[in-house]
Design a protein. Structure first.
Length: 196
């Protein structure tokens, strides 16, 4: 798929994107499950979090509401437009950009967060290296990924190997809890927390 095709695909998805329970976090129980998950692995606020491939900005808003400063980025103009509306007046900003090469200043972020994006990027080791270069010395990389029933995605084992090529400490935590997804899941979903 070309970059233009990818942008067109996600632009088309933007209007209904938040309808998925884990995208819009419209259900308070799902939102609380994500808040608990992320606050359990992020540093105490205020931290500088970069949310790559932010979609409509739901996680960026959640973390901003927790007291973090969040810089979000997505390559879909339609997603960025919705995120900008959602994030208005919060401690989060959003811009158009490519998660694979987000042009982040070295050692500028406490956390680089990316959900359901790494699996789709070419040369994931090079991508993770760019993300880690943006971390401060005590920073952390937080990934939510999966190997879905559709056949898309990365296994937890493969994702951990990609991250371990760049980071010295890598923790993988399975995420089977239906509270996170708004329904039971049968595929592999997981969290990776890594440090340089």
């Amino acid at each position: 798929m070309s970059d233009a095709d990818g942008v067109a695909l996600w632009d088309a998805e933007a209007a209904a994107f938040d309808e998925a329970p884990d995208h819009g976090l419209l259900d308070p129980a799902v939102r609380d499950a994500w808040r608990t998950l992320l606050t359990g692995v992020l540093p105490a606020p205020p931290a500088h979090v970069v949310d790559l491939g932010c979609g409509t900005g739901t996680l960026a808003l959640l973390l901003a509401q927790e007291g973090h400063t969040v810089d979000a980025l997505d390559f879909s103009p339609a997603m960025v437009e919705r995120a900008a509306e959602k994030l208005a007046g919060s401690r989060a900003t959003v811009r158009l950009g490519d998660a694979a090469d987000p042009a982040l200043a070295p050692a500028s972020a406490d956390v680089v967060l990316c959900r359901h994006v790494l699996w789709a990027l070419p040369d994931p080791v090079a991508v993770v290296r760019r993300w880690v270069e943006a971390l401060r010395p005590d920073g952390r990389l937080v990934l939510v990924e999966g190997n879905w029933v559709t056949g898309a995605g990365l296994t937890a084992e493969r994702c951990a190997a990609v991250v371990a090529a760049v980071c010295s400490r890598v923790e993988v935590r399975p995420l089977p809890d239906p509270a996170l997804w708004g329904r039971p899941v049968t595929d592999e979903r997981y969290l990776v927390v890594a440090r340089p």
